[in-house]
Design a protein around this ligand. Sequence first.
Ligand code: FMN
Length: 413
Amino acid sequence: MAKIRDLSINICGVKFPNPFLLSSSPVSNTAEMVARAFDKGWGGVAYKTIAHDRTRIIHPSPRMAPFNYENKSLVALQNVEQTSDRPMKDNWADIRWLKKHYPKQVLIVSIMGFSLDEWIDLARMGEDNGADMLELNFSCPHMTVEGAGMKVGQAMELIEKFTSAVKKTVNIPVIAKLTSNVTDITIPALYAQKGGADAITAINTVRALTEIGLDDFVPKPNIHGKGAMSGMSGPAIKPIGLKCVTELAQCDGLKIPIIGCGGAETWVDIAEYLMCGAAAIQVTTGIIHYGQRIVEDMAEGLSDWMDAKKFNNLQEIVGKSLVKTVGTDAFDLSRQGIAQFDLDKCIGCGQCYIVCQDAGGQGLGWDSEKRRPVPDDKQCLSCMICGMVCPVDAMVSYKYKPGKQEILPPVMG
Ligand SMILES: Cc1cc2nc3c(=O)[nH]c(=O)nc-3n(C[C@H](O)[C@H](O)[C@H](O)COP(=O)(O)O)c2cc1C
């Protein structure tokens, strides 16, 4: 196995051995499974959200449904799971055991109160039982308890109130886990910061409806003939996660660190979240799909990439893409390009011609004898959809229009 370099990072004064964390979900439900994940190399856990025993949680059956698209399975996962259904005493015992046996891994205890008193109570119990940090779940999009989860994440005063109450109760760092189901995630983040939050986790599952049965008309998961709007996770939500983390990292008033979450499966996803400004990344669906072992590739891939790019430490990557993420008004419009083809690679399928005619600039003709596209530089919009549909990558490059850095007049009116 390749040598893994030091991937440690400091967040809110807590040393994380690496940025790979289990997120709060079925993958972090018991000490036994978390211990196995730590043995494989995960640097920390946001333990499955603990609510107060006063409300008995019963999960629907089934609680999840996969969304598969063409050849890729689990592009997304739809779930209706609530907070932990285990008795609090069992969870606290597991948390104490984990802290005792894995002192170097970071133990984040996720909590959700259904009243102010419960938030305070749970926070105290979390700290007393060994949590290094608390994560306040303001973001589950399908809680059955009225006014809980995402409903708090959409009510700014409540975010501030609960965060502030927890902060007054404990001495450990407090993270607010926010929902992307808002118009602008920086607003709840600023309220959390005002309440004293030390960090933000973004994002939880996205409220969605991935699939509806064509035979029974029931949204999935189909729970005995009924479905519900609920939480979507997995690769399909990574773009939303990256967007939210970037918005948070670019928000001038927000001074606290960000933990990314949503759709991370590989070291590339981890690198992308780091570049957007996340200091660590949490994972659930990737583990549900491939198992805890994905952390080995994450560590090896990230380590190799850091060597290749000559990064000295993880902190140097955090926020690396931010200066290059601009408003669309800041683009250089004087440079317009033309698609370039390697016709020796072309297999004559005609896909490029069809999409250029139907959805592009009609910048490709078609030689039906040779079965090859005939580029027309004047008409090419450089939209590149020809390259997107080419099965053999025959659209090989993108050339700027030679000698003239000017905007062509629109092809049609
Ligand atoms: C079945 C399931 C249960 C979850 N339960 C919780 C939870 O109890 N608390 C929480 O904060 N997030 C919960 N989540 C959300 C995840 O922690 C994570 O934010 C989300 O799944 C996005 O990450 P992913 O795409 O890596 O799965 C749950 C997700 C799934 C799929």
